[in-house]
Design a protein around this ligand. Structure first.
Ligand code: 13P
Ligand code: SF4
Length: 304
């Protein structure tokens, strides 16, 4: 089968079997082309909530499929590749989080959406890179325990000086691969380019950026800007997607190492199998689902 033939078969099957295909923006180009919707983690959660189809296939990583199941308990929810996890989502030990909560009893516990469903049951509100500032500025609590991404946490803390933030050491193993030298090298190599960075990057990298935002934020900024060249400081799929969508502009990766191998596990064959109902179906204990749902509902209520 060629790529095009397989894509056509997927389009036929998802229509026939009532499957909504959601893809995170870090997915491969051939996956994004057959998806019904592609976006950042916040947009994917909102889109899943509105789904009318019988089944939802998440082409992304496990916490994203869990979020869909939490919001859509009556649907069959598939994860495109059973091995696709997010290392950051599993970094924090629930026992450590319980101990931190005891140490800071007045703090609101804000969980980056990149956490397991089990960790979410211990948190008060979820946030994403595109919604964290809005949500945490709206909550009444002055003290915030932010887990697990210290880089996103510190970036948001810088925007909200009226709040006191507590952190644990954690973060995305992909986005920390670029440092100050990469940022300076890219700036020097492309003096006319705007530098767009994800807040999961190290603070010395985001400090050099012209714009800091989520994957959707970076994409929209680059598409709308009058500038013709951009250094992209996030997973390199965004470089490829933008190059397809705006062929008249130029996009340069900040770092060749910005590749999330978990996001890259999903193949068209995985998608085909899931559309046939043969992939891994997400199943969460009802008690976990309901407890985790509280902080996702609060995220959507405050994030708008
Ligand atoms: P976005 O919320 O920008 O999609 O980033 C989440 C992420 O890193 C995907 O794993
Ligand atoms: Fe997780 Fe980082 Fe990969 Fe996103 S890019 S899925 S945060 S490891």
């Amino acid at each position: 089968m060629t790529i095009r033939q397989m894509q056509e078969e997927i389009l036929r099957l998802k229509q026939q079997n009532g499957v909504l295909v959601l893809a995170h923006s870090y997915q491969r180009r051939e996956i994004v082309e057959i998806a019904d919707f592609t976006g950042d983690s916040y947009a994917l959660a909102l889109r899943a909530k509105e789904a009318k189809e019988r089944a939802v296939l998440m082409c992304g990583v496990r916490f994203m499929a869990e979020t869909v199941k939490i919001l859509c308990p009556d649907k069959r929810v598939y994860l495109s590749n059973a091995d696709a996890g997010c290392p950051m989502a599993e970094q924090l030990d629930p026992a450590l989080l319980r101990a931190l909560k005891a140490e800071y009893p007045d703090a609101l516990v804000a969980a980056y959406i990149n956490t397991t469903a089990e960790l979410k049951t211990l948190c008060d509100v979820c946030v994403t890179s595109s919604s964290a500032e809005k949500i945490l500025s709206a909550v009444p609590e002055k003290e915030i325990l932010f887990v697990p991404d210290i880089n996103l946490g510190r970036y948001v803390a810088g925007k909200l000086p009226e709040k006191t933030f507590r952190f644990v050491q954690g973060g995305c193993p992909v986005h920390v691969r670029a440092g100050l030298r990469d940022a300076e090298r890219a700036r020097k190599a492309h003096p006319n380019a705007l530098f767009l960075a994800h807040p999961e990057c190290l603070p010395e990298v985001t400090a050099r950026a012209d714009y800091v935002g989520s994957t959707s934020g970076i994409t929209e900024f680059a598409k709308k800007s009058d500038c013709k060249e951009f250094i992209i400081g996030t997973e390199n799929a965004i470089v490829e997607h933008l190059q397809f969508e705006r062929p008249e502009k130029k996009f340069y990766p900040l770092c060749k190492e910005f590749v999330c191998h978990n996001m890259k596990l999903t193949t068209l064959t995985d998608v085909l199998n899931c559309c046939r109902g043969e992939g891994e179906e997400i199943d969460l204990p009802e008690e976990t689902r309901l407890a985790a749902k509280r902080c996702i509902d609060r995220m959507i209520a405050l994030g708008g």
